[in-house]
Design a protein around this ligand. Structure first.
Ligand SMILES: [Zn+2]
Length: 295
């Protein structure tokens, strides 16, 4: 398939090595008010409190995951990046500013990606090779961004939502891993988050509202059906999803309707993760991709 001069080749379904993790648990590490309301706001220590709660949940369940850390968070709290590593988790990049990539010029995007990689590498002292764009903001019109993602030193990308939704996504994009060969000959392994077919519909089951609100049994079934179809299931969440009360801090500063929609289902998040961790083998992106023979 050719998308704007990018040759995208979906990998065929495959057999994973057994036993081993089949589903990746990933976290986009950001602070809700800065990433969702005001890009100029400072990063608050809410992100620390929420990440600590998330780390305790993962430790309790004996699960390792991948933390895609926003550059501004790594700059504000570099010790947090080292804490993820000390707990045995993987650390990768979730952009720098959280401004949408589709609104950036080539020069702005080059700078964004350089900061994104360098801030996390400096804080953690490890090499960063995977990128997930803020709000899946690589869409059809800015697929050229992938050339700059590869040029910035990333080898794996998880920025394209593989169905069209109101705010992001590309209809028809492969639901499983694919190889993107770029105009300049560079190659990226594209690993989209989980979507599944339900009758004639595609359902986004990787994270966000659907993840928190779908009946638990249906969610478990959806993720298991993805692995049964021969591809890894990648889920994502944010530190603030573990904190149902946090939205109270913003009463009067943010519209009540927006706050209500943001709070929806947050109280189900932790019990739901515990249930899924018991039901399915979860792990870090790198070990999940190795287990499915992509690395
Ligand atoms: Zn984000």
């Amino acid at each position: 398939m050719l998308y704007h001069n990018i040759a995208v080749e979906a990998y065929a379904p495959r057999e994973p090595k057994m036993p081993g993790p089949l589903c990746a648990f990933t976290v986009d590490v950001e602070d809700w008010y800065q990433s969702s309301v005001d890009f100029d706001a400072p990063i608050s220590d809410r992100v620390l409190r929420n990440c600590n709660r998330l780390l305790a949940l993962l430790d309790d369940c004996g699960v390792k995951g991948t933390f895609f850390v926003q550059g501004l968070v790594a700059e504000a709290f570099p010790a947090l990046v080292r804490t993820f590593l000390q707990h045995g988790h993987e650390v990768q990049s979730h952009g720098h500013s959280h401004r949408p990539l589709f609104a950036m010029s080539r020069a702005e995007l080059r700078r964004e990606l350089d900061y994104a990689r360098k801030t996390v590498e400096d804080a953690g002292g490890v090499k960063v090779t995977m990128f997930r764009a803020q709000d899946f903001s690589i869409r059809r019109e800015n697929l050229w961004a992938l050339e700059l993602v590869a040029a910035a030193g990333f080898e794996i990308d998880s920025s394209i939502f593989p169905m069209r939704t109101k705010r992001y996504g590309i209809a028809g994009w492969p639901a499983g891993p694919s190889q993107g060969r770029l105009r300049n000959g560079a190659v990226l392994l594209e690993v989209p988050v989980a979507v599944t077919r339900y009758g004639a519909l595609w359902l986004p089951v990787a994270g966000g509202g659907y993840f928190r609100l779908l009946p638990q049994a249906l969610l478990g079934w959806a993720l298991a059906s993805i692995t049964a179809a021969g591809r890894p299931a990648i889920v994502y969440c944010h530190p603030y999803e573990i904190a149902p009360q946090e939205t109270d801090d913003f009463k009067g500063r943010v519209s009540p309707m927006f706050l209500r929609s943001q709070r929806l289902g947050r109280r189900h998040f932790a019990p739901r993760m515990k249930h899924l961790f018991k039901m399915l083998p979860f792990g870090r992106m790198d070990s999940v991709l190795a287990n499915w023979r992509f690395l």
